[in-house]
Design a protein around this ligand. Structure first.
Ligand SMILES: Cc1cc2nc3c(=O)[nH]c(=O)nc-3n(C[C@H](O)[C@H](O)[C@H](O)COP(=O)(O)OP(=O)(O)OC[C@H]3O[C@@H](n4cnc5c(N)ncnc54)[C@H](O)[C@@H]3O)c2cc1C
Length: 480
């Protein structure tokens, strides 16, 4: 279906962007750069950045979980980030650790480290799995799942000791209950061949540009969104914070505007185009439509996360940027120490951020700060990282939409919502929440750039262009 030309009462297109995370801000910046003057971003929070934002605890900038900008960032996005951040964009070596069978292994994996630190039984298991040749043939027979795909690609040993317990903690479901898509999109080392190439990539001479490194802004990952915010406003866009979108109006299958609650009052924003980055499931409940039948489908599920920040009475807890905990006995999945890579100078203090995936409203979600602090300290001691220095303060942040949950058959539910939204002219969804994609920030900024590129001069969407762009998004693989 080709979208008809649309313009507001003044004959010009008007855009309302829902959500001020990186995707929404990136889109606003590009829209304003293309010369459109009527561009408004509505953001529910009191700061921009969404899940990729930052805030400061006791002089130390922290993020919503461990965030880094991966060198795989699309070149046009990277060029803008470099221009916007200048010298504030640090190029850092990756220096993490994974706990496997009670031992620490460097992450990203390094050949020498793997051979000297991994238990011989583990290495023997991996080699035996490779030799068994069941890896390439996919003889598992039964229905495909996250578990079967990974086991075919990586063998039993790596799955049993690393991916399966980790997956169970992250998504709260047995790996056999997860759609194969989860393995394709979420696991960048999905086969032994890829894993070997990655490991070899750590050796000088084999190393690809950017391997083992990441970019990080001096004042926290959220500085990227802050920079897009400033650039969008400087280019003529309006960004309104503390503006919770409560309705998207549709008349004769065409979007006509948005309502948002700002300072307790409902305000209306007429618009010819609504570009949405808010969760797709939320958006579908907000559409107030004449002539559009309501959507009926099983809801898509999200995994939530509690982030526990411990302020410690010490300069540094460890030298590492992040620790990964696949073992089931430890409840947190990752611990980061942003001071180690943001170059914050805050003498006598550091802040740890522990990631605790959970169900919305579940046991961990409702724990008090004191309970969460005790849980994290206990986990760190179990991992051999104790005793934890004096905890001066604890603070928790809760992300209701941390990870899209690709349960088996999720695709049908997604396609139903996506088709329904696609039937409303002037309404487009994109970004991590909008496309229910487990994507990195550079992917979501890439989506924003692609979307604005696919708009015609009159603001209407070239659907062929957008369909092609979306096919490209399907190939995104998440980097940790
Ligand atoms: C624990 C964790 C670690 C991660 N690590 C990395 C990493 O290392 N590198 C990386 O590149 N990416 C990482 N990511 C992913 C990254 O956070 C996302 O890719 C990025 O936030 C997606 O941006 P977005 O704009 O699409 O969505 P979001 O950041 O989710 O933004 C959506 C925005 O919509 C707003 N909103 C929602 N409802 C409404 C409403 N009704 N009205 C108005 N506004 C609304 C929200 O407040 C939010 O600001 C990580 C994510 C998590 C959870």
């Amino acid at each position: 279906m080709s979208e008809q030309s649309m313009s507001g009462s003044n004959g010009r297109p008007s855009f309302v962007v829902l959500g001020g995370g990186p995707a929404g801000l990136g889109a606003a910046y590009k829209l304003a750069q293309r010369g459109w003057r009527d561009v408004t971003v509505l953001e529910r929070g009191s700061r921009v950045g969404g899940n990729a934002g930052s805030f400061v605890i006791d002089g130390v900038p922290v993020d919503f979980g461990s965030h880094r900008l991966h060198p795989a960032c699309p070149p046009p996005v990277m060029a803008d980030i470099r221009t916007l951040l200048g010298e504030d964009l640090l190029d850092r070596p990756r220096h993490g650790r994974i706990r496997l069978r009670g031992r620490w292994v460097h992450f990203p994996l390094k050949p020498f480290d793997l051979f000297t630190r991994l238990p011989p039984a583990f290495m023997a298991g991996v080699v035996a799995d490779a030799a068994r040749k069941r890896l390439a043939t996919g003889r598992n027979g039964g229905e495909e799942s996250f578990a079967s795909i990974l086991e075919q690609g990586l063998g039993r040993t790596i799955c049993r000791d690393f991916y399966f317990p980790y997956a169970q903690k992250i998504w709260g479901l047995p790996p056999t209950a997860l759609d194969p898509e989860q393995a394709k999109r979420r696991v960048s080392n999905g086969s032994l061949g890829k894993m070997v190439r990655r490991v070899l990539g750590a050796i000088p001479g084999f190393r690809k540009p950017g391997a083992g490194r990441f970019f990080y802004p001096k004042q926290g990952f959220g500085q990227i969104s802050d920079a897009f915010h400033r650039a969008a406003v400087a280019s003529g866009a309006t960004v309104i914070l503390d503006a919770r979108v409560t309705a998207v109006h549709v008349s004769n299958r065409r979007v006509s505007g948005v309502d948002a609650v700002i300072a307790g009052e409902t305000r209306s924003f007429p618009a010819t185009h609504v570009l949405s980055t808010i969760p797709l499931t939320v958006l579908t409940t907000l559409v107030r439509s004449e002539g559009q039948p309501p959507v009926t489908t099983a809801p898509l599920q999200q995994r939530s996360m509690v982030l526990v920040y411990l302020t410690l009475d010490t300069d540094r807890f460890t030298e590492f940027d992040a620790h990964y905990f696949p073992e089931a006995v430890i409840r947190i999945t990752r611990l980061s120490e942003p001071k180690n890579y943001s170059q914050t100078t805050r003498p006598g203090r550091t802040v740890l951020c522990a990631e605790l995936p959970c169900a919305l409203g579940g046991t961990e979600w409702t724990m008090s700060d004191a309970e969460l602090s005790a849980l994290v300290c206990q986990d760190l001691e179990r991992a051999g990282l104790g005793p934890v220095p004096t905890v001066l303060a604890v603070q928790a942040q809760r992300l209701p939409h941390a990870y899209p949950l690709y349960t088996k058959g999720y695709r049908q539910a997604f396609d139903a919502l996506d088709t329904w939204v696609g039937g409303i002219e002037g309404l487009v969804t994109f970004g991590r929440q909008g496309l229910f994609a487990h994507d990195n920030t550079h992917h979501t900024l890439g989506m924003a750039y692609a979307l604005v590129h696919c708009l015609r001069e009159d603001g209407s969407l070239d659907r062929g262009c957008w369909t092609e762009a979306r096919k490209g998004f399907e190939t995104h693989v998440v980097e940790d």
